[in-house]
Write a new protein. Structure first.
Length: 46
């Protein structure tokens, strides 16, 4: 299977268009820990 984002591929016949592929990512799962880590970076210490 060849996957491409172009409308044509030299030397190959496009048989089927599958549509847009989407994905999701979870960001900020530990938002409080990340906030306090940023404060520690600015102020120093453990």
């Amino acid at each position: 299977m060849i996957i491409t984002t172009t409308n044509s591929l030299e030397g190959h016949k496009i048989v089927n268009y599958l549509g847009v592929v989407t994905g999701e990512a979870i960001l900020g799962a530990n938002i409080f820990r990340d906030m306090f880590a940023a404060v520690r970076d600015i102020g120093g210490g453990r």
